[in-house]
Design a protein around this ligand. Sequence first.
Ligand SMILES: Cc1ncc(C[n+]2csc(CCOP(=O)(O)OP(=O)(O)O)c2C)c(N)n1
Ligand SMILES: CC(=O)[C@@H](O)[C@H](O)COP(=O)(O)O
Ligand SMILES: [Mg+2]
Length: 637
Amino acid sequence: MSEFNNLYAIQSPKFLKVLSVNELDHLAGEIRRFLVDSLSKTGGHIAPNLGVVELTIAMHYAFDSPTDKFLWDVGHQSYIHKILTGRAKDFVNLRKYKGLSGFPRREESEHDVWETGHASTSLSAALGMAVTRDAMGADYHIVPVIGDGALSGGMALEALNHIGYEQRRMIIILNDNDMSISNNVGAIKKHLERMRMTRSYHNVKQRTKSVVKQVPMIGSRVENWISQLKANTRKLFFDGKASFFEDLGLGYIGPINGHDISLLIEVFEVAKELDHPVVLHVSTEKGRGYNPAAADNRGSWHGIGPFDIINGKKIRAPKHEDDRAWSGIVSQTLERLAARDEKIIAVTPAMIKGSKLEFFQDKFADRLFDVGIAEEHAATFAGAMSIDNFHPFLAIYSTFLQRSYDQILHDIARQNLHTVIGVDRCGFATGDGDTHHGIYDISFLRGIPNMTICMPKDDCEAQNMLYSAFYAYSGPIAMRYPRGYHRFKEVESFTIIPYASWEVVKEGNDGVILAFGPQLKRAITIAERLAAEHGTDYAVVNARFIKPMDEQLLHQLFEKYPQLVTIEEGARIGGFGSAVLEFANKYNYHNQIRIFAIEDTFIAQGDIENLYKEAKIDTEYIVRELSTQGDSYEGTD
Ligand SMILES: Cc1ncc(C[n+]2csc(CCOP(=O)(O)OP(=O)(O)O)c2C)c(N)n1
Ligand SMILES: CC(=O)[C@@H](O)[C@H](O)COP(=O)(O)O
Ligand SMILES: [Mg+2]
């Protein structure tokens, strides 16, 4: 008998409707205990979810999902929604291969009406749904939930601009915990802070109560109050200066204590009566109810692996004391370079923690710019610094770089601005799944003139590549590195890696395998296995420059080997293998070319071994294919 049987038994949120406030509060406690217990085993986005327990319960009480539509921005805080819609038992496989997604998924439940993962999309989607709702003459509620961090994203601001103009009915819940992953930043953050400080919860509560007299749970409709509200929400709730939202033509109610279920329900009932878009400014505490998560302000409990509930210590796989995250290898090198070059400036779009820039920030506070969730702005902002011969370093995850495509092309590459872009989390993102895999950047960057794309094989090459990117190369340079760890030893002194140079790391006679980054090690293993198990003798080349390639060496390889093999943890279309094919086509080579890359399909979440297998780039598969030389090979002849 599990302590959480009640939660496992939930089939739909309908059961909430008959519960009393006390019972709802009790349920909130049960859900918190479940989240801490379950995530201590699987890991997941714990702090964002602990903060929205009461909010989600109140939403499912006051609205009728799935008729009313909830849109979770980023979606990392949708765990309680999943519990209340019958998925508690699936948490045992949260973020695992073929398990429960950490984000809303339409195929998982009819209650997940919009899929997310990347930030700031919910308001645009809500407006699209509002237009079609109105066109169909329907009257359900559309309820996007957006955090204060996600609100800083350009898309959210573009959508607010449109929503204020369109005036379509929707209830925007602004979940303000005054945190992004790390501390939130920006002028809007300051505005929200002012709203929180000048307008107390008490104020909203008193006003709500005085109008909805003695509301037990669902406020009985008070006709004249509702008509006043329709006329002007602002007058009822505030005395002070208008909020930013009101200036844009939206209603605004807040701040509302996001942990007071009965107040939340009352306010939702009010908002349901409005015939225009309204922002409900809900104030919550990230990590609430679990001390280590609540006390954290460095983002350490935003998303975590398994941990010990009692002492809050993370349970990590044993690793060598000299192992570092790849982001750490790069950021530590950046610190070393920045210590002797005042022109190095780091830019991050809200990923100080993930990009391991906390120490850079501690040392060079005035040379670290966290611009919020604003990848488009981050790219142009960084690029512009090179005009005055400063050395910008834009640290950005591959998946979020997708947002900056036009800025890289139009602003940076077209003007050939010397901008070093640290492309982090290249390859599979494992538990986050298809929204976050960093497997498209080669394809979308390769076609941009002036771009250099490179990836180091190890810690030493990473340090020298970063150094070379600043001091020996020009134009935009995308230096890629993966998630995960690598042994780290600081190089005594930096050396220049010749531009666009590859290196032969193993000689051979029968064919050559081209790979880069951590795949190089796998390529060597594959070559060794082919030699030992099948007597074939493959050379291996470190193709550390994906663009431009080492054309001189590539000509020699085409002349020497009948077969060239490429291995990459990236999309096949437009990827590195494609580049080799294009080269063969251009110079009329007819060698056999075998490409091991990710086919034209989205790959879901999971551990790296399963993802490799699903993508058919695992070692076993490649060895088998190369040893049998199956019928289906890529060839140019
Ligand atoms: C486009 C994009 N950039 C960055 C991220 C990484 N990211 C995930 S959650 C998050 C912070 C979101 O803060 P907020 O919306 O306030 O939600 P909270 O975690 O505070 O509940 C960030 C930066 C992302 N998911 N999407
Ligand atoms: C939801 C989101 O986008 C981030 O929280 C992301 O999950 C972070 O990934 P890392 O754990 O690789 O930093
Ligand atoms: Mg927040």
